[in-house]
Design a protein around this ligand. Structure first.
Ligand code: CP3
Length: 334
């Protein structure tokens, strides 16, 4: 029995599976060791053998219920022909002229992402049947945020750039097509579950939330459901609009961020499976306080289908031993 699928599809309440966003990443010394010798991050994502090894790194240390494919949401703009690189302060992207001008060449796009699919194919047999292999995509708005540089250094929306609504709309349409191709190929390669990261939905003005967040997510969720692929939406920073989002989009699961009150989520997000919510900052502080919070989440979601996770990714300064402590606590209760 696959614990995450049982929880997502059959809404089983007794399992309480656990995984972490960014579980393969910079807080792990074994990841940093590989990264030191692989300075080009996109190239690393496109090296199937090493990417599969990184995907498995957290599972070697912790009793997790999922492996998430090591890649990045920005692999899509890269495969569409945009320049993408990473420096110390984050991603650096080139212009979108060619993407906006040309139609999607599905075959070329798929060919460029072939190493990601190969990673899925070589990772899948390494996993016990109980463990899910999670694939992911960035939602159109969040990809557009990076591609058109729609947020300022302070992470607020750049109002001047947001005035270019036709361009944003056009890009979101194109991205939705490309994302579907990427979902389908991940599905065909063997993923069990898909997570859609809309990490920057929180900066969309309320009056555009439906157009730029709810509608594209709904289209992608429907696409996954038609494939028979369970889908989790991580629509970060939209607060109580999550209720409307959930009713409209109807994903299999909703990952909540740390600003969402878990009791409110339990009482308002119906017919879905809730995931996550624990503040990643708590993993940097007092251990007793952390375990108390973990217990609080278990208590709140005791009679609900619930997947344990954080409200956002594991922070780079997190001590891996703390992850073990959380996993042990959940598994003792699960
Ligand atoms: O372990 C996993 O979760 C799987 C791999 C994964 C990465 N990025 C690897 C990565 C996943 C699922 C992502 C998603 C992602 N990437 C998101 C959505 C989730 C979120 O955090 O909001 C976003 C917005 C990105 C874009 C991105 N990639 C940024 C802003 C950065 C730089 C700063 C940062 O957050 O790490 C990256 C680089 C990146 N992606 C690293 C890793 C392990 C760090 C690379 C390094 O510098 O060594």
């Amino acid at each position: 029995m696959n614990k995450i699928k049982e929880t997502l599809i059959h809404k089983k309440i007794s399992l309480k599976p656990i995984w972490f966003m960014r579980q393969a990443g910079r807080y792990l010394p074994e990841f940093r060791a590989i990264r030191k010798n692989n300075k080009d991050f996109i190239k690393l994502c496109l090296n199937s053998k090493i990417s599969s090894e990184i995907t498995m790194q957290p599972l070697k240390r912790f009793k997790l219920d999922a492996a998430i494919i090591f890649s990045d949401i920005l692999i899509i703009p890269f495969a569409l022909g945009q320049k993408v690189s990473f420096n110390k302060s984050g991603p650096v992207l080139g212009n979108t002229n060619n993407i906006l001008k040309n139609n999607l060449d599905g075959e070329k796009f798929k060919f460029k992402l072939e190493p990601v699919y190969e990673n899925i194919r070589i990772t899948k047999p390494k996993l016990d049947k109980k463990i899910s292999l999670i694939g992911f995509v960035g939602a159109p708005w969040t990809l557009a945020t990076y591609m058109l540089k729609l947020k300022k250094i302070d992470n607020n929306l750049d109002i001047d750039k947001f005035k270019n609504l036709d361009e944003i709309e056009e890009l979101i349409k194109k991205l939705t097509l490309a994302i579907k191709v990427h979902i389908k190929n991940q599905f065909n390669s063997g993923i069990d579950v898909l997570q859609i990261f809309d990490s920057w939905s929180g900066i969309i003005p309320n009056s555009y939330l439906k157009k730029f967040c709810f509608e594209p997510n709904k289209e992608l969720v429907k696409y996954c459901k038609d494939l028979g692929l369970p889908v989790i939406c991580f629509t970060k920073g939209i607060g109580k609009n999550l209720k409307h989002f959930n009713d409209f989009v109807q994903p299999s699961g909703i990952s909540i961020d740390q600003k969402v009150d878990p009791i409110w989520a339990r009482d308002n997000l119906k017919d879905t499976c809730i995931q996550g919510g624990l503040d990643p900052e708590l993993l940097l502080g007092d251990e007793k306080k952390l375990i108390k919070e973990v217990d609080k989440f278990l208590d709140i979601f005791d009679k609900e289908p619930y997947i344990f996770n954080l409200g956002h990714g594991i922070l780079p300064g997190t001590n891996p031993n703390i992850i073990s402590k959380i996993v042990d606590r959940i598994n003792k209760n699960g």
